[in-house]
Write a protein of this length. Structure first.
Lengths: 376, 376
């Protein structure tokens, strides 16, 4: 069983680079999909979600980059349908066996004729899936391609926050050779998604086009726990690459909340710390400012923390111990922050056994520059 | 009935400016207080909240700026008590008739001896309340004083987001001459608070020390609706001054959500748009980027919007009409944004009659500079 791809150009990117990817499976494969929870959804998301709600197996998907086909009304939906139809016609499939994804600028109609021609070209030049080239073909403002491979899973993705005037979507496609029925696949998918793509933030903004697929190749008998491990590793690696490629980012912050009463609380507090503009600027400034971390951790409305059981670490350095500042050498902590691209922030709630990890980027001059300077 | 104040210096500010304010009421007055909802609360907030939970009338309050007395453990609580005790001793009051507030750096013990001496000095030099000077005495990183006066209300405050290494608290004290019992006062207070200080954002971060008091002077019979109107105006003016003084801010964004199903939904969506880093950088860049506004409006988990009934305006310009982009001249909209310090963003959900307004600042290079460059 092999996965094939075809790549071509519809002329959607200012750079003129490849912007259309068709991925084809030789037989129907179980596909589990999760989409953005944004209510202002792009047309291809509406289209594909309708399909994955009704069917469990698919034969192909098509992705165009450079145009999100979002905020494009009825016409946008028709364009998504036309894309699926054209792939189906070329590959002798049913239209409903083809999923559609788009990423790029919002509110601009797709030049549909050029897109359909590019689909013809891509379908006429199928070759084995190349993760790096597939990632490049679906990239928009990404500075580098995103892909990963483990023994029992491999995948590719794209995403780097949102750059004007685009909404730079996060897209990821992960495959496993494991023989799994849809229910098993779905269970692994949702669990991994929560811990990877649902635990990263660049700017706290939910795109209109985000999609993440897990696809089973149905080739080998592999224990589900082993599959999950590798699907997690591949997804986590792609997720971290997206954060590292965050707009203007110079660092990845790994925010770990430990010893919480339960996972939901650990996650909510990790998220609050990870999206805090004050924590993110402190990360950029290599400033071991535990007060900002404590204030963020304390500000989740439904999850009280007890200041007297709260401890905070940066790297291995303990800055706050059960509510009282330690006499740690702050200059040494700042040095650790300066010398590491990945900075570990640990928030110990001291009340239970649950933990959660969230990944974030720092907030830099370049973030403001990228998002403010380029005007319509 | 008059309100007196005493101002002095405890040497808590690097600038060496006045940093201690005592406010004294000639007779016990009904005081309604609201505090930060952060669980990592400062010692004076814990102290004062304990008092206002049990009592409804007070005789004085004391505020020091330059040190938040937060993250200071048991010692911090003792310091807050000592401050109340010292004011009480000087003014011949009971300790529990005195409220205590602090704002400034986190995690550093108060130099309590100097603070207590400064309280003696302030209490020995009482004079009629001067709103501007009172605001200056409690300011930290503020660029200008914040106060306002209407016929039936007057008040002062401070706040400008959070600047390293401080958590710059928001504090506000509003008075009305109206004869009101505590319950009436409380009702007006909570309602006004929701629409003013609970509807502003500089960086989405909840400080550890935020406090807002409404105090009745019990002098005149005034209809409650009239009182509320003026308390609202004064509070709104102080709240807008805080946003305008937001760290590095060049503009105030007025985010209005209209025609929502109900107020909670209007407020939740207005808040999401107001805290969006992408909307805030677009505001800075004078970029009429309606896609970011739509994406933010659509991303509140519990409140679905219908893209096909969504319209978006900047100023008087309609950019999106019931889900479809208009042919507005975007250069004219950008010009409106460049030429106004206050930029109006209207999100019309087209589904009901409820509305809410949120105030936000733009996200600028100076915000990043202020929060990243000054390291501990």
């Amino acid at each position: 069983m092999s996965v094939l791809m075809g790549i071509s150009k519809a002329g959607l990117k200012p750079s003129g680079r490849e912007d259309l990817l068709v991925v084809y499976f030789e037989k129907p494969l179980p596909v589990s999909a999760v989409y953005t929870k944004n209510y202002f959804k792009a047309a291809p998301v509406i289209h594909s979600q309708n399909l994955t709600d009704r069917r469990k197996e698919f034969r192909a998907f098509v992705v165009n980059s450079g145009n999100a086909n979002c905020g494009t009304g009825e016409e946008g939906l028709r364009h998504a349908e036309l894309m699926a139809e054209r792939v189906a016609k070329n590959l002798n499939l049913k239209r409903e066996e083809v999923l559609v994804f788009s990423t790029g600028i919002i509110g601009v109609p797709l030049p549909i004729d050029r897109v359909l021609e590019a689909i013809d070209t891509a379908c006429g030049n199928l070759e084995p899936l190349d993760l790096k080239r597939a990632s490049e073909a679906i990239s928009t403002t990404d500075r580098f391609p995103k892909y990963a491979r483990e023994k029992y899973a491999f995948g590719f993705g794209k995403g780097a926050g949102m750059i004007h005037p685009n909404m730079a979507t996060m897209l990821a496609y992960v495959f496993t050779p494991a023989k799994l029925d849809y229910e098993e696949l779905r269970k692994i998918h949702l669990e991994v998604n929560e811990k990877t793509f649902n635990s990263i933030t660049v700017d706290g903004c939910t795109s209109t086009n985000d999609s993440f697929l897990l696809i089973s190749l149905n080739e080998e008998e592999i224990p589900a726990s082993r599959v999950k491990e590798d699907v997690f590793k591949v997804s986590q690696k792609i997720a971290k690459l997206i954060v590292a490629d965050g707009e203007g980012a110079t660092k990845v912050g790994i925010v770990r909340v430990i010893n919480a009463l339960h996972r939901e609380k650990a996650k909510a507090i990790a998220e609050k710390v990870a999206v805090s503009e004050l924590v993110k600027t402190a990360l950029f400034g290599c400033d071991p400012n535990w007060g900002r971390i404590a204030a963020a951790a304390g500000s989740v409305p439904d999850y009280p923390i007890n200041p007297n059981s709260l401890s905070i670490y940066i790297g291995e350095y303990k800055l706050l111990e059960r509510g009282t500042p330690t006499d740690v050498n702050l200059e040494e902590v700042a040095k650790y922050m300066r010398e590491h691209k990945e900075v570990l922030i640990t928030v110990d709630l001291g009340e239970g056994n649950a933990d959660w990890t969230y990944y974030t980027s720092d907030l830099t001059y370049d973030y403001v520059k990228l998002n403010a300077e380029y005007t319509t």
